[in-house]
Design a protein around this ligand. Structure first.
Ligand code: ADP
Ligand code: MG
Length: 736
């Protein structure tokens, strides 16, 4: 094998310099050997991030945070809350082939950890400056130490530290000029890192991940530990991806054959993307397997030509002795015993799954009656919006060719995936059938609830405004124009749309159509209704001091609590609102996946559940509870003022402001700060606002496309306002 000792370019006249005599063979200097090896293990910044994150996972962490500066060339920082590194081990930590994970060669056959070669940290010290800060359980303080070329630069220094380990790699490839130059010119290293963390995040769902650029408020990947793989996929890749996935499973437990277990999610016919996403883990190791990828791609092209670039998440487990992890220095590729047999089994399974889902879909399309004006006739180009079809057949004047394709992310502030209405209609149609048959079985005599709710749903359908529906289905979300209005583009028109009104109505509609079929949001601490109602009453009050008033409020709170306790069964059964016999609220419904309401509004909600619901008339009861839930779950502006722009003044510290920040915990973050701003409150507000914006873009608008029936009243009550017609704007520009 040939290797060049450095990244220096070869001289142009190589041939002329070739010696006539056989050259003398000599032993390479150890430092050269190490640098060559390091260059192989750490090929790009993303390889360093992978090694560091794998170490954090091996250390049993439950939260891993990655910060990147300059695509990783300036800084890679990975912090975890794992078991830490012992003081005694720090001196050899970064030497080559030092590991805590492997002792004998035979261990390789049962290895469960990601690392085992003891090369990663060492390699990083040969091509970058590594600083480790770590603390182990039961210690009063941690240690920080820097490494260069495998050895410590100084004795470890005692320092304050939070649980776990933080590893910083600075100035990567500082001593490899050519590599640094190539990488500097490529802009995509950060996106490679984001992609990597996204993949880890949907596999290791018991670990919370974040990945952000240094100094950025918002993380580009952010997950919390969860027990649902679909939730994790939704929060990383978007709800619209998660919604279009089918679960697959296969196994072969015949030990004489090729035992394996496979579990995964694969996209259905409604998922459309420009390129395939394949996230593959074999024995918990993130790997690539081009043979498997190809095999699946072939099946998709043959079965679902319109959705031939699938999203695949797959985890395969084989007996450790059947997989050779040691075939690649970065452990990216593995080879499996009986690979062909396994691949073929998986390929056959994927194919039959796709065929059966596709058949069901066709069947639905043929038999479902178009239920309302929103039904889109299935056509060959089902995955193109009607407008794009139009643009194919007739020539569009240049001045009208503006971001009209809502399925094409070009020009959006943030691109997001889309789904087609047809598939959804199918699903909801079959779902409704299943629901009513289940209901019939469980409650053979209960037809009335069904009827009144159906009346409400019919009302929603009949008041649906077809023009607005078209806007909602095919608009492009551009961004928030202010705290309440989003800017949308539809064909050549720009609209402002009130997201509070929209989300309120959408939630209302969703409550009625999901009735009895909610997933639950479990409150970590059950909340006493009475306290919540008291809180809400006090907030409403103009004269909070009055004692007389207090006794009255207590009475109101008491009565409302009793009323809600009596209605607990109805609330639980239909709405997934759980109230225990002590009058504590412990569960709320998930109305839209990936979205929880602003809990600051919980007191108001409970009060209004007691006050505003009409319990006497069944239809009104469903209607008012759904409206109350709609109001609670609506995407109101957070209670803290928007910190961007004018609202920032709110966060100026009052005279007796908060305590000084602890300097020990702010390592690596040197871009602070105007001292007169209350940073804690400010970052709380920033988080609340950015989460809301995320939800508006990734939950509200994608869900509206699928489910929303905008009522006619919205055309005139200021919910939608047309602000400009691009054709007219173009005319103005032409004159300039
Ligand atoms: P390997 O992972 O192959 O053992 P590395 O060079 O990646 O080799 O790491 C060397 C050793 O350092 C690991 O075996 C582990 O004991 C320790 N280590 C590295 N990173 C961490 C971390 N984040 N938390 C705890 N221990 C760590
Ligand atoms: Mg490692």
């Amino acid at each position: 094998m040939e290797s060049r000792a450095s990244d220096e370019p070869l001289p142009m006249d190589v041939e002329l310099q070739l010696p006539k005599e056989p050259p003398k063979i000599h032993r390479l200097d150890q430092s050269v050997v190490n640098r060559i090896a390091a260059g192989e293990v750490i090929q790009r910044p993303v390889s360093a991030v992978k090694e560091l994150v794998e170490n954090s996972i091996d250390a049993n962490s439950s939260s891993i945070n990655v910060t990147i500066k300059d695509g990783g060339l300036k800084l890679i920082q990975v912090s975890d809350d794992g078991h830490g590194i012992r003081y005694e081990d720090l001196s050899i930590l970064c030497e080559r082939h030092t590991t805590s994970k492997l002792s004998s060669f035979e261990d390789l056959w049962s290895i469960k950890s990601m690392g085992f070669r003891g090369e990663a940290l060492a390699s990083m010290t040969y091509v970058g400056h590594v600083t480790v800060t770590t603390i182990t359980k039961g210690q009063l303080h941690g240690y920080r130490v820097s490494y260069r070329d495998g050895v410590m630069e100084h004795e470890p220094k005692a320092c304050a530290a939070v649980k776990g380990t933080q590893i910083m790699v600075e100035n990567l490839f500082y001593n490899m000029a050519a590599r640094r130059k190539t990488l500097q010119n490529s802009a995509d290293d950060y996106s490679k890192i984001v992609d990597l963390i996204s993949r880890f995040a949907i596999h290791h769902i018991n670990v919370g991940f974040s990945c952000r650029k240094h100094g950025a408020m918002r993380a580009d990947v952010h997950t919390v530990a969860t027990s649902s793989r679909l939730d994790a996929i939704g929060s990383v890749y978007g709800v619209s991806v998660a919604r279009n996935l089918m679960e697959i499973e296969a196994s072969n437990d015949d030990p004489s054959g090729s035992p394996f277990e496979m579990h995964g999610f694969i996209s259905n016919a409604d998922y459309a993307a420009k390129k395939i996403t394949m996230v593959l883990f074999i024995n918990d190791r993130l790997v690539e397997c081009s043979a498997l990828k190809r095999a699946i791609e072939v099946v998709y092209s043959a079965t679902l030509p319109k959705a031939s670039k699938p999203f695949i998440y797959m985890t395969i487990v084989v007996p450790p002795e059947n997989v050779d992890v040691n075939v690649h220095p970065t452990k990216r590729e593995v080879s499996l015993l009986n690979q062909e047999v396994i691949l073929e089994k998986i390929q056959t399974l994927v194919e039959s799954r796709l065929r059966s889902s596709n058949d069901a879909r066709t069947f639905q399309e043929e038999t479902t009656e178009p239920s309302s004006s929103c039904y889109v006739k299935p056509c060959k180009e089902a995955n193109l919006s009607p407008l794009v079809l139009g643009s194919k057949s007739q020539k569009i004047p240049v001045h009208k060719m503006v971001r009209t394709d809502s399925l094409n992310p070009f020009g959006r502030l943030h691109a997001y995936m889309d789904t087609q209405p047809i598939g959804h209609l199918d699903k909801s149609a079959s779902l409704t059938a299943v629901r009513s048959s289940v209901r019939q079985r469980r409650y053979p005599n209960d037809s009335s609830g069904c009827v009144t709710v159906q009346q409400l749903l019919d009302e929603i359908n009949s008041s649906c405004h077809s023009g607005l529906l078209d806007i909602v289905r095919h608009c492009t979300y551009i961004g928030m124009a202010d705290d309440v209005f989003a800017l949308l583009q539809h064909n050549t028109h720009l609209y402002l749309a009130n997201v509070v009104n929209l989300s309120k109505e959408l939630m209302y509609q969703q409550v009625l159509s999901r009735l009895e079929h909610f997933n639950a949001i479990q409150l970590s601490d059950p909340a006493p209704l009475k306290d919540l109602i008291m809180l809400a009453l006090k907030e409403e009050d103009v004269d909070p001091e009055s004692i007389e008033n207090d006794a009255f409020k207590e009475k109101v709170a008491e009565m409302n609590t009793n009323l809600l306790k009596q209605k607990a069964d109805v609330l639980e059964f239909h709405f997934c609102i759980h109230i225990d016999q002590h009058g504590n609220l412990s569960r709320l419904p998930v109305i839209l996946d990936q979205y929880t309401p602003d809990m600051d509004r919980l007191p108001e909600f409970v009060l209004s559940l007691g006050n505003d619901v009409d319990w006497n008339d069944e239809k009104k009861m469903f209607q008012t509870i759904a409206a109350t839930l709609g109001d609670f779950y609506a995407m109101h502006p957070p209670l803290l003022p928007n910190p961007s722009g004018e609202g920032l003044r709110f966060y100026k510290k009052r005279k007796l402001g908060c305590a000084e920040q602890n300097p020990c915990n702010t390592t690596g973050n040197d871009e602070i700060s105007e001292n007169d701003v209350d940073h804690e409150l400010l970052s709380e507000a920033e988080l609340a606002w950015s989460q809301r914006e995320w939800s508006i873009q990734h939950v509200l608008f994608p869900s509206m496309r699928l489910f929303f029936k905008p009522p006619a009243s919205m055309a005139t009550n200021g919910t939608f306002v047309q602000v400009a017609s691009l054709e007219k704007l173009y005319k103005i520009f032409e004159r300039c």
